[in-house]
Write a protein that binds this ligand. Structure first.
Ligand code: FNR
Length: 189
């Protein structure tokens, strides 16, 4: 029996009817059986300000750091705002990036996203990958999950597009494999 895998997940959209939140839920429903996903809520974090940091990191940021450090991997589900990731997601990453230990360093990471446009957050995902370079994260490369024209793929909060559902299954398998490979490599002396 393989060891279970714990993921810490972020959703970069806060609105109630978010397609990205629906996509995260669709992934959770299709994730490998031995994977558990703990979603970190970031909507009420203060805007990053070094003066606040100097008084001490907010409790929610500290709690998120602990959750990520205890997880085997991180998942980002990102909308695309003006060809980039949302401010709320960047704000969460910026806060966590100032912590010691910096929790994304060396972590296996998965990312995907849903947008109204045809490219399905491609541009936002590549921007997020660029940020992850600085943070020394280890995002998996494939499969890329870019859920375009999202309004046509969800009905009543549920993913109805079969091809996207299959892609999310494949993504979960690839992420689990990358996490297991990273854990195995970490035990090699
Ligand atoms: C958007 N949207 C959008 N879509 C896209 O494909 N590329 C883009 O650059 C943008 N830019 C953008 C900026 C802002 C400020 C908003 C509010 C929206 C549309 C966006 O993909 C759509 O609203 C999604 O539904 C947002 O994700 P959630 O909230 O459904 O998860």
């Amino acid at each position: 029996m393989p060891e279970s895998i714990k993921l810490a997940a972020f959703c970069g959209s806060l609105r109630k009817g978010s397609f990205n939140r629906m996509a995260l839920q669709a992934f959770i429903e299709r994730a490998p059986k031995d994977m558990t996903i703990d979603t970190i809520e970031i909507g009420d974090w203060p805007l990053y300000n070094a003066d606040i940091q100097a008084q001490g990191f907010p409790d929610k940021v500290q709690a998120a750091q602990k959750t990520i450090l205890a997880a085997d991997g991180v998942l980002f589900v990102t909308p695309e705002y003006n060809y980039g990731i949302s401010g709320v997601l960047k704000n969460a990453i910026d806060w966590l990036s100032r912590m010691t230990p910096q929790p994304f360093a060396g972590k296996t990471i998965g990312l995907f996203g849903a947008s109204g446009g045809a490219l399905g957050t491609a541009r936002a995902q590549y921007q997020l990958r660029q940020t992850l370079v600085f943070l020394d994260g280890r995002p998996i490369n494939k499969p890329e999950v870019m859920i375009g024209v999202a309004q046509s793929k969800f009905v009543d909060g549920k993913l109805t597009d079969e091809a996207t559902g299959k892609l999310l299954v494949d993504f979960g398998v690839a992420l689990a494999l990358a996490i297991r490979q990273a854990k195995a490599a970490a035990t090699v002396k």
